[in-house]
Design a protein around this ligand. Structure first.
Ligand code: BGC
Length: 412
C-alpha cells in the first residue's frame, strides 16, 4: 500500500507541467542604432528577472507603420503585451476598451505623484492607468556639427530665425549641406512644430494646433511659417526625398552637413557614434523657441492579455517606471525621464538642458504637445496636416494654398 502511494506521488510530481517561462511581446519602432541601444536597457532589465522578451520591431520613424501593424494584431484578436505609442493614439485605443488596467501597480508605486500631469493626460483613461510612460522627447531642437560650423566661419549658435538662415547660406558657400533632412511627411511635420512656434510664439501654436482655431490656421502668421519652410527647403540637398531621419543625423555626424532640425532622439545617434556634446556637436532650441518645449512622450500602452500573461506585463510596467531605469534608458535615448524625481547627474549637457527646459516649461505653462508626434491632435487630423505640410515642402502648393488647406485639414 505504502509503495503504491509513493508510486502515485512520483507519477503526480512528473505530471506537473514545467512552469512556462514568463514572456512579453513588445511592438515598437525603435530600429535605429541609438533607439535599439536604449531599448536594449529595458530588454536586459526584464531578462535579468527571467522574463523572455519577444521583440516585434516595425521600422519607420514617427511610428506610422507600427500603428498599422498594431491595428492588424488587435483586429485579429491577438494584441501584443505592450506597444510603443504616442499621445492621442493611446487614448484612441483606450476608448476601444482593449487596454489593460494598471491602477494596482500604479497605486503601489505612486505613479500619480511622480509622473507630470501633461503625460498623465495621455497615460490615463477614465481615471485608469493604461500605459507606462518611458520618456519625454521634444521636437524643437537643432543639432549641429561644431567643426563644420567653424569651417564655415560660424562661431556661435544662431539666436534668431534670420541668423539661422544666414548661417545656412554660409554653410552652403563653404561647400557643405546646410540642413540634413529626410523628406518623409513626419519629418517635414517635425520641422514645422519648431517653425510655427518660432514664427507665432507659444500662444499662437496652441491656438492653431491644439484649439484648431480656423483663424489661426489660415492666418498671415501661418503663411509666414510656410514661407519659412520654403527657406529651409533651399538649405536641403537634392537627394533628401525619402531619406530616413537617422541617415540625416549621420550626415551631421560625419561632417557632410551642418545642421539637422530633429527631436532629441537624434542625440542617441550622436552618442552612439561616440560624439561628445559641446565638443563635437551642439544642441540648441530652434531659433526663436527657447523657453518653449513641444514635447512627445513614448509610452508603452498595455493591452488586455490572457491571465497567464498578466504577471509578466505588470513586471514590464514596473520595470519601465523604475527611477534607475528611467535614468539609464534616457541617457542613451536622448530623451528625459517621465518622472519628476530622477536626478540629472548621469546626463550629458544636452540631457541636462532638456531636463531643465522641460521642468521650466512645465511650470511656466510653455509646454505644448507636439503636433508632429501625436500630442496635439488625433491621428486623423495629424495625418491630414502632414499631407499639407509635405505637399508644400515639395513645392506642390504655395504658402497661400497651404494655409487654406491646413484650416480645411483641421476638420478631418
Ligand atoms: C518617437 C521617438 C523615436 C522617433 C523616431 C518619435 O515619434 O517618440 O522615440 O525615436 O519617433 O523614430
Amino acid at each position: 500500500m505504502k509503495k503504491k502511494l509513493i508510486g502515485l506521488a512520483i507519477t503526480a510530481a512528473f505530471a506537473v507541467p514545467a512552469m512556462a517561462q514568463q514572456s512579453v511581446e513588445v511592438l515598437h519602432w525603435w530600429t535605429s542604432g541609438g533607439e535599439a541601444a536604449a531599448l536594449g536597457v529595458l530588454k536586459g532589465n526584464l531578462e535579468k528577472q527571467g522574463i523572455k522578451w519577444n521583440d516585434m520591431p516595425v521600422a519607420g520613424g514617427g511610428g506610422e507603420q507600427a500603428m498599422t501593424a498594431v491595428r492588424a494584431r488587435v483586429t485579429a484578436g491577438n494584441p501584443p503585451t505592450a506597444v510603443q505609442m504616442l499621445g492621442f493614439d493611446i487614448q484612441d485605443w483606450a476608448k476601444q476598451g482593449v487596454l489593460a488596467d494598471l491602477n494596482d501597480v500604479a497605486a503601489k508605486e505612486g505613479w500619480d505623484k511622480t509622473v507630470p500631469a501633461a503625460l498623465q493626460r495621455f497615460s490615463k483613461f477614465n481615471g485608469k492607468w493604461v500605459s507606462a510612460p518611458v520618456n519625454v522627447h521634444s521636437t524643437n531642437w537643432v543639432w549641429a556639427n561644431k567643426e563644420v560650423l567653424a569651417k564655415a566661419g560660424i562661431t556661435s549658435d544662431p539666436k534668431t530665425w534670420d541668423e539661422f538662415i544666414a548661417d545656412g547660406e554660409k554653410l552652403q558657400k563653404a561647400g557643405f549641406i546646410a540642413l540634413a533632412h529626410g523628406g518623409q511627411p513626419w519629418q517635414d511635420a517635425t520641422i514645422f512644430d519648431g517653425v510655427v512656434i518660432s514664427t507665432g510664439g507659444v500662444d499662437f501654436y496652441r491656438k492653431a494646433f491644439i484649439d484648431l482655431d480656423p483663424k489661426s490656421l489660415n492666418s498671415p502668421t501661418m503663411l509666414k511659417a510656410f514661407d519659412r519652410m520654403s527657406q529651409l527647403r533651399k538649405l536641403v540637398d537634392k537627394d533628401f526625398s525619402g531619406r530616413d531621419w537617422n541617415v540625416a543625423a549621420g550626415m551631421v555626424i560625419s561632417g557632410k552637413a551642418g545642421f539637422q532640425i530633429m527631436g532629441d532622439w537624434a542625440k542617441g545617434e550622436f552618442i552612439g557614434a561616440k560624439k561628445v556634446p559641446g565638443k563635437d556637436f551642439s544642441c540648441f532650441r530652434v531659433p526663436g523657441t527657447q523657453g518653449v518645449v513641444s514635447f512627445n512622450s513614448d509610452q508603452f500602452a498595455m493591452f488586455k492579455v490572457g491571465a497567464d500573461k498578466v504577471a509578466a506585463q505588470t513586471k514590464l510596467a514596473s520595470a519601465i517606471m523604475d527611477p534607475g531605469f528611467q535614468s539609464a534608458f534616457n541617457v542613451v535615448k536622448g530623451s528625459v525621464p517621465a518622472r519628476t524625481d530622477v536626478s540629472d547627474k548621469d546626463f550629458d549637457d544636452c540631457g541636462k538642458k532638456g531636463m531643465k527646459d522641460f521642468a521650466e516649461a512645465n511650470t511656466k505653462n510653455t509646454l505644448v504637445g507636439s503636433m508632429a508626434h501625436g500630442h496635439a491632435v488625433p491621428a486623423s487630423i495629424k495625418n491630414a496636416f502632414y499631407d499639407v505640410i509635405t505637399r508644400h515642402f515639395n513645392g506642390q502648393i504655395d504658402s497661400k494654398k497651404a494655409v487654406v488647406e491646413l484650416a480645411a485639414a483641421a476638420k478631418s
